[in-house]
Design a protein around this ligand. Structure first.
Ligand code: UDP
Length: 481
């Protein structure tokens, strides 16, 4: 029998997008804190994004290191330096980027051969990873960047296709076979799911199937957040599941929080000084993740909605056209908002901002990381789902957790249309006011506070995520060759 003290060596291979890279690196650091020797395999530009954090962990004595693999840009037909999904600007580039995923099997196999880890944790999109690991007789764990609730919805939609016999795109239908009654519309689903068989749908099916042949699935979530769906995912869908989050809680100091994911486009001290000058819960933070670029028309509409709401705000702007043109900004907006609003053009230190007591609301696209980071900080949300599984996450936030207010965004869309906007000034003003002011706002804030306590308890010694991680490591020590 393997000894409890035997040191495991685990190799992590994250997807090349901040929404996967950031939680995987946090997860790797968490494993290292539990005595595991950790190697993160990634490409040069992606490694650069977390190099300082890893260096700090090494100085603390943790066994964590990075192995560099070349990104096959030329082979995939992508420009040099395009190694992260945040630099993808069209559907065509996205297809090429996806094709590149398959080119990583040989270099990863070579790394496994050289380093001989006990286990491989690879992103769900690397469908070949289970085979690669099994060639060396080691297990592969899947990390897929979302939660059991959203994945249960995706499984049901793929299997039952309840959207087929619905008269219109906006009419709602029940998602069958789930612990709760969940209603969706066709407009909330990606095109590849709605359409008949296509390449993307095939890949999604294969990725979900590969969870069954792998050792199991780890989630950046915690049991108390979605107990019925953890059960559903393991008992009904037959996967082995470990909830080990919220992983962002491994960022204990301001250096880690401020540099998480990229270099922030604002000086951290300036940002904290600005927040320090505001009353508790009086600032709305607005950010739509690492990839989505809003259209100029939509940005203009957001600016009007924010101004009309009268709330303080920090707004992270990543827009669709060239960075130096500011034609989206209404005349005099920034001057009028002086002291009331702070615009960050580029990368924001998100967790640092969410953790500040002045932050009282988060207008979010419901990316899973943003969602769980908001829950962990006890910040209620204004939901504005855009693409990926974000409409499912919105259901969790609004209908199940009751921790937010919806803007009423209706349509799944990966790319912004430069000439149009989808959520109006009035929708924005209404949702922001409901979340920030009055009795309903207070109720939602109390609920968010409860969730924050649950999240923090989950990762403490004896908590559900702490115990799940230890159970996983014990099992791996027993079963790894
Ligand atoms: N993030 C950040 N600063 C930004 C934008 C995003 O720190 O300016 C981080 C955010 O904290 C989260 C991740 O990037 O950890 C985004 O992941 P999410 O799943 O929310 O959205 P995606 O980028 O995948 O759409």
């Amino acid at each position: 029998m393997a000894s409890k003290s035997r040191q495991l060596h685990i190799m992590f291979f994250p997807q090349f997008a901040q929404g996967h890279l950031i939680p995987t690196v946090d997860m790797a650091r968490l494993f290292a804190r539990h005595g595991v020797k950790v190697t993160i395999a990634t490409t040069p530009l992606n490694a650069h994004l977390f190099a300082n954090t890893i260096q700090r962990d090494r100085e603390l004595g943790l066994e964590i290191s990075t192995c560099i693999i070349k990104f096959p840009s030329a082979e995939a037909g992508l420009p040099e330096g395009c190694e992260n999904l945040s630099s993808i600007t069209s559907e065509e580039m996205l297809d090429k980027f996806r094709k590149a995923f398959n080119l990583f099997q040989p270099p990863i196999e070579q790394l496994i051969e050289e380093h001989r880890p006990d286990c491989l944790v690879a992103d769900m999109t690397f469908i070949w990873a289970t085979d690669a690991a099994s060639k060396f007789g080691i297990p592969r764990l899947v990390f897929n960047g979302t939660n059991c609730f959203a994945l249960s919805i995706i499984h049901s939609l793929m299997r039952h296709e309840p959207f087929r016999n619905i008269a219109t795109d906006f009419e709602s239908f029940d998602v069958p076979g789930l612990p709760d009654q969940i209603k969706m519309t066709r407009m909330q689903l990606p095109n590849h799911m709605r359409e008949e068989d296509n390449e993307r749908k095939k890949l999604l099916k294969e990725a979900l199937k590969s969870e069954l042949t792998s050792y199991g699935v780890i989630f950046n979530s915690f049991y108390e957040l979605e107990p019925a769906y953890k059960e559903h995912y393991s008992k009904i869908l037959g996967r082995k599941v470990w909830h080990i989050g919220p992983v962002s809680l491994c960022n204990k100091n301001n250096d880690d929080k401020a540099e998480r994911g990229d270099v922030a486009s604002i000086d951290r001290h300036e940002c904290l000084r600005w927040l320090d000058s505001k009353k508790p819960n009086s600032v709305l933070y607005i950010c739509f993740g690492s990839m989505f670029r809003s259209s100029a028309a939509q940005l203009n509409e957001i600016a009007k909605g924010l101004e009309a709401s009268g709330q303080n705000f920090i707004w992270v702007v990543r827009k669709v056209n060239s960075e130096d043109k500011e034609e989206w900004l209404a005349e005099g907006f920034e001057e009028r908002m002086e002291g009331k609003g702070l615009i960050i053009r580029g990368w924001a230190p998100q967790v640092l901002i969410l953790d500040h007591e002045a932050t009282g609301g988060f207008m979010t696209h419901c990316g899973w990381n943003s969602t769980i980071e908001s829950i962990t900080a006890g910040v209620p949300m204004v939901t504005w789902p855009l693409h990926a599984e974000q409409f499912a996450n919105e259901k969790l936030i609004i209908d199940i957790l009751k921790a937010g207010v919806s803007t009423g965004a209706k349509e799944w869309s990966r790319w912004a249309d430069d000439t149009k906007f989808k959520v109006t000034k009035d929708d924005i003003q209404r949702a922001v006011t409901r979340l920030m002011v009055g009795e309903e706002a207070e109720q939602i804030r109390n609920r968010a506070r409860e969730l924050k306590e649950m999240a923090r308890r989950a990762v403490e010694e004896g908590g559900s995520s702490y115990s799940d991680l230890n159970a996983l490591l014990d099992e791996l020590r027993l079963n790894c060759p």
